[in-house]
Design a protein around this ligand. Structure first.
Ligand SMILES: [Zn+2]
Length: 474
């Protein structure tokens, strides 16, 4: 036995509730969970014992959808109209990123996620293999990687919101080949799995989507795609495919509405379309902070679950959601769901915790390995110390207040230990697999240069933020 967390309040997700065990021990051996049960029944002889008394021990959190390579642009694109966000607010900044900036941003984003108890991230990026190699692998964090497949030409969005983007098909096919080599390279990796990543229906030609569909089917692989992500996309789909066509209707015609599909967003679809997606086994990635910030709407995760669909949560990108603190995302998800439905019982704390763990793992297709504390699963475990000004006190009788306190009060400061594949990645609040101060220093240095490099294009794009600067607000 390598490590045991003893006398803890374990929230295992091993049944259809939270699987709570008081005075429990969770032990790992060879990267696997080897024991979960009452401390009194544990007779292992671990190399290391972590005192879990007064702590909550849970499966590591699963962030289903993130673009951590944009983290250095945090604060650069918020408080603008949705139609401006991608091309006029974020665009000039993201175009100024060099490959090394994306790596430095991903290190910061993954660090933030890890500090909130995340052990698996559904990463979505161009040249994602570099992030896997230089960020995820050395930092010891599990990743489900999708290569962004986008075929929009360099000047392809210049025509305005109602002209279909111009495609450069070669660019899309080259991205698909990068995606293929990802499967070849990481097919046997313990902590890396892969999905196809066609960015969105308005950004990929139908022939390329058909090829992805056929390859996914042939090799039994999943597809991670942004679907129905708002008015900008809706106008593009009508312009390209004709009046009355929607993202979902075209995806149905293309044969992509199926169990292989993990669909990010879905707020631009109708309720009946979402019901059809849920019935077809499409999984949803809801990104509440991001979509509130970019679109001013609440992702329909409650409705999707009501349809019987599987849904996980994601943080999307820092310029939007604000970052990758997954505990903060849980609170945001719960509160937005309540106000959206004017129903304080919507998306309760216990649902938030299941969605953040086992349901997220199901959404990413890795629930056979992670998402719950069960013997035989990989040992991805987080230990929270709730004895903190924002979460204390916690009691266990007559109700266990740790459950709501984790969702409504918790933040990155509560994470004491994180294990991924049985390795202790965060130990007593210290990151063991990366130099935290060096990551922060590089981020600060690089961000100043990036924003400076982007400045001319940023002014020229003339987004609402340009006026806000002129008005003296920013
Ligand atoms: Zn996204």
């Amino acid at each position: 036995m390598d490590v045991a967390i003893t006398e803890t309040l374990a929230v295992t997700m091993a049944d259809d509730r939270l699987g709570i065990l008081e005075d429990a021990t969770v032990a790992a051996e060879d990267g696997e969970i080897a024991f979960v049960g009452p401390s009194s029944a544990f007779d292992g002889d671990p190399d290391r014992t972590i005192d879990g008394s007064g702590r909550v021990t849970m499966p590591g959190l699963v962030n289903v959808h993130a673009h951590t390579d944009l983290t250095l642009l945090r604060g650069g694109a918020q408080d603008v109209p949705e139609i401006e966000w991608m091309n006029r607010a974020l665009g000039p900044l993201s175009e100024a990123l060099h490959p090394a900036d994306r790596i430095a941003g991903a290190r910061l984003g993954v660090l933030e996620a890890l500090r909130s108890g995340v052990t698996t991230i559904g990463e979505y990026a161009g040249d994602v293999s570099r992030l896997v190699e230089e960020v995820y692998d050395p930092m010891g964090v599990r990743v489900v990687a999708a290569e962004t497949i986008n075929a929009v030409a360099d000047d392809g969005t210049d025509g305005g919101p109602d002209d279909p983007y111009t495609f450069d098909p070669d660019r899309g096919w080259a991205a698909l080949e990068r995606n293929e080599s990802l499967f070849d390279e990481y097919g046997d990796h313990d902590r890396v799995s892969c999905l196809y990543g066609p960015q969105a229906l308005d950004m990929v030609p139908p022939e390329l989507l058909e090829a992805i569909r056929d390859r996914a089917s042939e090799h039994d692989r999943g597809i991670h795609m942004h679907v129905a992500q708002g008015d900008r996309e809706r106008r593009q789909i009508e312009a390209r495919y004709g009046d009355g066509e929607t993202t979902v209707s075209v995806l149905e015609d293309l044969g992509l509405v199926c169990e292989r599909l993990l669909a990010a967003h879905l707020h631009g679809a109708t309720a009946s379309e979402r019901e059809r997606l849920a019935d077809a086994g499409v999984r949803m990635a809801a990104n509440p902070s991001s979509i509130a910030a970019i679109d001013g709407v609440t992702p329909p995760i409650v409705e999707y679950r009501d349809h019987g669909g599987i849904a996980g949560l994601g943080t999307d990108q820092a310029p939007g959601s604000g970052g990758h603190d997954f505990l903060r995302e849980l609170r945001t998800a719960a509160l937005l769901a309540k106000t959206d439905r004017t129903d304080p019982t919507a998306f309760p704390a216990w649902t938030a915790l299941r969605v953040a763990t086992i349901d997220g793992a199901r959404a990413l297709g890795v629930a056979d390995r992670v998402g719950s504390l069960e013997e035989g699963k990989r040992a991805d475990v987080v230990v929270y110390d709730l004895d903190h000004p924002s979460t204390a006190p916690t009691v266990t009788d007559p109700l266990r207040t740790a459950v709501p306190n984790l969702v409504y009060g918790a933040n990155t400061g509560l994470v004491e230990h994180v294990l991924v594949d049985g390795e202790v990645v965060v130990d007593g609040g210290e990151i063991r697999t990366a130099d935290e101060s060096a990551i922060l220093e590089a981020a600060n240095d690089r961000a100043a240069t990036i924003f400076d490099r982007a400045a001319d294009e940023w002014w020229a794009a003339d987004s609402t933020l340009v006026d806000r600067v002129a008005d003296g607000w920013l």
